[in-house]
Design a protein around this ligand. Structure first.
Ligand code: ATP
Ligand code: MG
Length: 292
């Protein structure tokens, strides 16, 4: 198991520079959000990809982002950790306004997040150990500490034996597990999963979802997760990780994880923000068509 993030920076809310974004100020009794978007819009060459998007991720929450191909889901994740900048609106990450933050200041914030890129994005010329260790190597962490932390992360994803392997010798599901281990190596305070089961068969997808449920229930790290597979989204909501059994088990009939909720994009707009129950009962015709 990876050690609990004892030394991790607590996610503290700091006022936005210039005192802007009063609507995002946390109320006295609510924990400040880990991520908060306020009226965010972004366009590239053509029409806006995202328009006027507002939502938040609270501590301990898993937010599942749904939407058709090309709607802007990956763009949304890249906005969260400052890999893209919006044209309008505000984004708070760990309580800090990042939309205008210089890259040098953004870097330490980005290292507090773990990103599982779409398709995994492993470096084929590096071993599993060096892929998982990538960030630690950049930081000059001593070799023996790297080895120990990589082994911990690989044990969590049940792939310890692949330490010296190259990605080419791994199956698609194993590669995705390595990508998850790489995202967890820093004991992140927020995990961004971009289509973690994309391109995998249903059985392998379920093993990846089980790993994500394990991460969620063992560490309660907040996350924003993109998926095309409704089955994955429903499994995340209706299962929990049983630490004694060492596996994912269904919640009692009719129960769902209260901290796992949905966002849905359609043509650049956020058209849904709520629970599984609300999703299944919404009158919104785009959501209903998507669910069919
Ligand atoms: N860096 C970029 N420069 C220009 N256009 C971009 C860039 N990144 C994304 N886009 C465009 O933004 C739109 C949304 O892309 P995005 O990758 O976020 O879609 P997506 O919802 O993740 O799709 P998929 O389900 O296929 O992964 C697309 O039209 C894409 O071409
Ligand atoms: Mg995408």
């Amino acid at each position: 198991m990876i050690e609990p993030p004892a030394s991790a920076h607590p996610a503290q809310a700091e006022p936005a520079p210039g005192g802007s974004a009063p609507s995002l100020a946390p109320s006295a009794d609510a924990a400040p959000p880990v991520v908060a978007f306020r009226n965010v819009s972004i366009a590239f060459d053509g029409p806006p990809v995202l328009q006027d998007i507002s939502f938040s991720v609270a501590p301990g929450e898993t937010r599942i982002l749904l939407g058709p191909a090309g709607v802007g889901k990956s763009v949304m994740l890249k906005l969260v950790n400052g890999l893209l900048r919006p044209d309008r609106g505000g984004i708070l990450l760990f309580g800090q306004e990042i939309t205008t933050m210089p890259e040098q200041q953004l870097f330490p914030l980005r290292t507090r997040t773990g990103m599982v890129f779409q398709e995994g994005a492993l470096f084929d010329s590096l071993t599993v150990r060096d892929n998982v260790a990538y960030q630690l190597i950049q930081e000059g962490v001593p070799d023996d500490e790297i080895d120990r932390r990589v082994r911990d992360a690989l044990r969590f994803v049940e792939l310890e034996e692949t330490f010296d392997f190259y990605p080419a010798s791994l199956s698609g599901g194993m590669r995705r597990r390595v990508a998850i281990a790489r995202a967890l190596i820093h004991q992140p305070e927020l995990i961004l999963y971009d289509s973690p089961t994309g391109g995998l068969d249903p059985v392998t997808s379920t093993t990846i979802i089980e790993l994500i449920v394990k991460e969620r229930d063992v560490y309660r790290t907040p996350s924003l997760l993109v998926t095309h597979r409704l089955q994955d989204a429903f499994t995340l909501c209706t299962h929990r990780f049983d630490a004694e059994e060492g596996k994912m088990v269904p919640l009692p009939q009719g129960e769902t994880d209260p901290d796992t909720t949905f966002l849905m994009l359609e043509e650049g707009r956020l058209i849904f923000d709520g629970s599984l129950r609300d999703l299944l009962h919404t009158p919104n015709k785009f959501v209903r068509e998507f669910l069919e």
